[in-house]
Design a protein around this ligand. Structure first.
Ligand code: HEC
Length: 118
């Protein structure tokens, strides 16, 4: 009986050690990837801009196709840009539910660099 309990404790201890070690290994790869999910890379933002926006606005915001305004002349704030990208306006298609919110914010930030006033 005594030896059985000891094995039981041993198994339990081993189980806890396993849990602990799994916590350790699960933590380390998760932290950099969750960080990346919060702030998309500039490359991912520019790729999304090229695919979703350059058609009308061009790579520098000045193309003005499909009645699109010149983004270098825009005076919109970042919050206004986030809103128009998310909800669209006129012929400009909404991106909410299509692009990740973090990407939308990244693009809003990126097109802000086109503004002459900055
Ligand atoms: C089908 C063409 C088209 C596409 C694609 C498009 N837009 Fe537009 N965009 C427009 C038009 C048209 C307007 C003007 C809307 C209005 O005021 O009626 C506009 C307006 C804007 C404005 C506001 C400028 C201002 O100061 O009034 C911003 C910022 C903008 N677009 C950014 C983007 C971004 C970023 C994307 C990609 C996610 C995008 N657009 C995709 C056509 C487009």
């Amino acid at each position: 009986m005594i030896s059985l309990t000891r094995t039981g404790i041993g198994v339990l201890a081993g189980f806890f050690l396993l849990l602990l070690s799994q916590c350790g290994t699960a933590d380390s790869p998760a932290s950099p990837s969750s960080g990346a999910g919060k702030a998309p890379s500039q490359a991912a933002v520019q790729r999304a801009y090229t695919m979703k926006c350059s058609l009308c606005h061009g790579t520098d915001g000045r193309l003005m196709a499909s009645k699109a305004p010149d983004l270098s002349k825009s005076t919109m704030s970042i919050e206004e840009r986030v809103a128009i990208i998310a909800y669209g306006k006129g012929t400009m298609p909404p991106q909410k539910g299509i692009l990740d919110p973090a990407i939308i914010r990244g693009i809003a930030d990126y097109v802000g660099t086109f503004q002459d006033a900055k």
